[in-house]
Design a protein around this ligand. Structure first.
Ligand SMILES: *Cc1c(COP(=O)(O)O)cnc(C)c1O
Length: 345
C-alpha cells in the first residue's frame, strides 16, 4: 500500500483540552474551525463533547452545520464570521450562534432571525473582526436589549507573553465590557496561558488542543507514516529529482517515499526538512514532487517500511520551522489523500 497513514490521537486531544480547562475557572470551549485544524471536525467534536466540552466555535456557518450533524442538539455552536447574507436558514436549522461583528450584521440578524441567540464580537485592537469601540458605543444599548449570550474579542499577540499588546487589548476589552451582565471571552490558547486576568468567563483554545505551540506542554496529537516505495544507490555526480537540484557528492542511498506537496507537504520546506527512519534522522533531498519525496537513508541500518514525517520524533512546530511557517498551517494543510486512523479516547 502506497497510501500514507495519518494517525490522530483523540485521547491526546481530550487530554490537552482537560489540561487547558484545568488552568481556568470558567468554561473551556473548543475551536474546531477549518475541519478541526485539518484533523476532522465531526470526529474531534464528538470526542471533545464526550469529554465535557459544551461550546464549540467554527469560522463559517457551513462548518457549524457539519459540527451540529456530528453532535446533535445540545452543545452550543458559535460562528466567528457572524451572520452573513444568506446564512439565516443555516443558522436557524442548525441552531448556530453567530458572533455579530458589525451594525450591519446586527440589523440583518434581528430582521432575519428575531429572538435567535447571538453573541457580540468586539475589536480590541487587532483590526480583524468585531465592532470597534465607537461602533459598539452606538449599538450597545440596542444589542444588549436583544440579550446576547456572549461578548468576545481576540488577542493579536498572545503567543508572546511579554508583548505590550496583550495588556493594551485586555484594558480595551475591559473598558468595552465592564459592568455588562453577559458572559465574556477574550482568550484562545495563547491567552489562556497568560493567566487568570485573561480568562473571563470562557476560553476558546484551538491549536493547544491539537498539540501545537504556544501550548508547550501539549501532548502530541498527529503522526504521519509515509511508505517507502523504492531504495536505490546513487553514485557521486548523479542527481535526484526535478531540476537536478541535489547532486550526490559521495556514494549515497536514496529512498523514494510516497507523499508530496499534493498531501500538504509544503514544497518550499524541501531544503530544510527531515523525516525519521526508525531512530535515524534523514534529510530530504532534491525537490519535493507532487506525490514523491527523495530521502537520504545512507545512515539507516534496517530500512523500515515507512518513515515518519510527524510523530514522536518530529512535532508539527519542528516541521513548521523547516517550512518557515507555523504549526497551524502544517495542520490545516494536511492532505485528503492520507488514510486517517483515529486512536479512541
Ligand atoms: C482561531 C481562533 C481561536 C483559537 O485560536 P488558537 O490560537 O488556535 O487557540 C480563538 N478565537 C478566535 C476568534 C479565533 O479566530
Amino acid at each position: 500500500m502506497a497510501q500514507a497513514v495519518l494517525t490522530i490521537d483523540l485521547g491526546a486531544i481530550c487530554a490537552n483540552w482537560r489540561a487547558l480547562a484545568a488552568m481556568n475557572a470558567g468554561e473551556t470551549a473548543a475551536v474546531v474551525k477549518a475541519n478541526a485544524y485539518g484533523l476532522g471536525a465531526a470526529t474531534v467534536s464528538r470526542a471533545l463533547a464526550e469529554e465535557g466540552a459544551r461550546t464549540f466555535f467554527v469560522a463559517q456557518a457551513e462548518e457549524g452545520v457539519t459540527v451540529r450533524e456530528a453532535l446533535g442538539p445540545g452543545p452550543t455552536i458559535c460562528v466567528f464570521g457572524g451572520h452573513m447574507e444568506g446564512d439565516a436558514a443555516l443558522l436557524r436549522q442548525a441552531n448556530l450562534v453567530p458572533m455579530i461583528n458589525s451594525i450591519d450584521q446586527m440589523l440583518r440578524h434581528v430582521e432575519a432571525l428575531p429572538g435567535h441567540p447571538f453573541g457580540i464580537q468586539l475589536d480590541s485592537g487587532m483590526n480583524r473582526l468585531g465592532m470597534e469601540p465607537a461602533e459598539w458605543s452606538a449599538l450597545r444599548d440596542i444589542a444588549l436589549s436583544q440579550n446576547p449570550v456572549l461578548v468576545m474579542s481576540h488577542l493579536a499577540c498572545a503567543d508572546e507573553a511579554g508583548h505590550g499588546m496583550n495588556e493594551f487589548q485586555l484594558q480595551t476589552f475591559r473598558q468595552m465590557t465592564d459592568g455588562l451582565d453577559v458572559p465574556r471571552s477574550l482568550s484562545a490558547t495563547g491567552g489562556t496561558l497568560l493567566g487568570p486576568d485573561y480568562h473571563f468567563d470562557m476560553t476558546r483554545p484551538g491549536i493547544g488542543l491539537y498539540g501545537g505551540l504556544p501550548f508547550v506542554d501539549a501532548r502530541p496529537v498527529v503522526s504521519l507514516a509515509i511508505p517507502v516505495i523504492q531504495v536505490r544507490d546513487v553514485n557521486p555526480g548523479e542527481s535526484v529529482g526535478y531540476g537536478n537540484s541535489w547532486v550526490a557528492r559521495v556514494p549515497s542511498r536514496i529512498a523514494t517515499i510516497s507523499a508530496g506537496y499534493a498531501d500538504g507537504i509544503i514544497r518550499a520546506m524541501g531544503p530544510k526538512a527531515h523525516v525519521w527512519a526508525g531512530e535515524t534522522r534523514c534529510k530530504i533531498v532534491g525537490r519535493i514532487s507532487m506525490d514523491l519525496i527523495g530521502v537520504d537513508v545512507g545512515q539507516v541500518k534496517d530500512m523500515p517500511e515507512t518513515v515518519e514525517l510527524l510523530g514522536a520524533h518530529q512535532s508539527v512546530d519542528t516541521l513548521a520551522d523547516a517550512a518557515g511557517t507555523i504549526g497551524y498551517e502544517i495542520l490545516t494543510s494536511l492532505g485528503t489523500r492520507y488514510a486517517r486512523r483515529y486512536i479512541d479516547r
